[in-house]
Design a protein around this ligand. Sequence first.
Ligand SMILES: Nc1ncnc2c1ncn2[C@@H]1O[C@H](COP(=O)(O)OP(=O)(O)OP(=O)(O)O)[C@@H](O)[C@H]1O
Ligand SMILES: [Zn+2]
Length: 530
Amino acid sequence: MNLVNKAEKTFALTTPLYYVNDVPHIGSAYTTMAADAVARFQKLLGRDVLLITGTDEHGQKIQRSAESLGKAPQEFCDEIVPSFMSLWRLLNIQYDRFSRTTAVRHKAIVDEFFARVWEAGDIYQGQQKGWYCVSCEEFKEERELLEGNRCPIHVNKEVEWRDEQNYFFRLSKYQTQLEEFYQSHPDFIQPESRRNEVLNFVSQGLQDFSISRVNLDWGFPVPNDPKHTLYVWFDALLAYVTALLDPEDEPTLENALGKWWPINLHLIGKDILRFHAVYWPAMLLSAGLPLPDRVFGHGFLTKDGQKMGKSLGNTVDPVGLVQQYGSDAVRYYFLKEIEFGKDGDFNEVRFIHVLNADLANDLGNLLNRTLNMVKKYCANYALSITNEDIPAENTLKALGVDLGAKVKQAYEVLAFNQACGVVLSLVQASNKFIDDQAPWSLYKQERQQEVETVLYTVLESVRLAAYLLSPVIPNISSNIYQQLGFGINFNEQTDITPFAIHAQWGLLSNKQQLGQPQPIFKRIEQTKNV
Ligand SMILES: Nc1ncnc2c1ncn2[C@@H]1O[C@H](COP(=O)(O)OP(=O)(O)OP(=O)(O)O)[C@@H](O)[C@H]1O
Ligand SMILES: [Zn+2]
């Protein structure tokens, strides 16, 4: 059976399927915002994109969370899931699929996949002994534990001793194949530090891992032994596959894998790297399926140096942030300020400072004052010149010419901070340019051509900046494009703004019907309590 028939133009990516043990927080939002920026960027490149997110609803962690509230697990999940969906709407996330592991059709995919792994001879029964972190849903090595038998990721949770009959997956059989795969696909695990972590872990020798639990009801039964419940991670990873089905499709692997497989990018936090970079490819090898292109494990958002998390409860509420500052502000801050891959602390004073400096002052004021100058200095509120009139050595044109290529390269390696940073340097250079050139005095000296050259050059640089930032701040970029006379909304019409054209400096024309100047981002006042 030839399961895969992926077209070049497609790009499928995933966020983790978040546990529903509590409502989402800024950490869950971080991965999802990054994924949305990648999806939007890929659309600008003309790709057919499928962005998958969703929720992981099985296992002991969820069962216990439900029990603690006196609810049935399904009822509990059904109550939490809408809080994820509404946060994604609030953050302007354009996801295509929302994959819930409790979906009926998911079970069919899991059963079919399990059968393939079973037939490969990779599942056997054995005795599992070890320390288990319910919050991670993972066995831990004794040497990894913190004092008092606590999990290194969930520092407030003690691990629990388990000694039970489980089914095991023969991970050890795939040691060499995985190592060869990592060598021949050096970009599979990113960033480099995460790749080294995985290579190091694998080189210590892979142990088979248990894929079933006893004494736990909440999950799918193991197909040929329903007294056992399938391990939550075995079923959760497969929900990426189920998500590929079109709504009307019969849930079979053949239908799921036809168009979008292999996934181009799994975006995750570093806490779940091993599952995606080791267990998942081994499971796929066992089932005879091609492996994903890339797994990127980003860093943690921390509070006072600790990973923010639902289990620890030290989280920042993204809903409040968006309601107060808007979705673009939140997206911009986290993607611009924290190097993707590294940990980053959230600090509200810094948050306000960055937004005021970059969006309100550098970008917003620049557009506003330049449009107002066009109004004042140019007949009919229109520029009379075009790109051809601007010499190649013009400072901003020289900077703008290869900016698109630089930013593309940065987005491709998920260096969002670098992408935003180089765009901001064009914006800052534009502010300096307008101050140096002083069009107000050129105007007094009746040097009209020069006045218009300066104003064109600056407005065109703002346009290019807006385009290149549109994956991160789509509302502000749309607003800028509209004020510059393009009737384009980046939330709706990516196909009419191809990168090959809009990422070039010089697109603004003398036919532009400029709109009324309006502030694009209101300066935030520091309140006393931050
Ligand atoms: N502090 C954080 N920083 C960055 N990403 C995070 C953070 N917390 C969660 N995430 C994202 O969510 C994923 C983990 O999802 P999960 O549902 O386990 O959330 P969690 O808040 O870490 O839950 P818990 O605290 O119960 O482990 C991570 O891989 C990452 O994508
Ligand atoms: Zn843990």
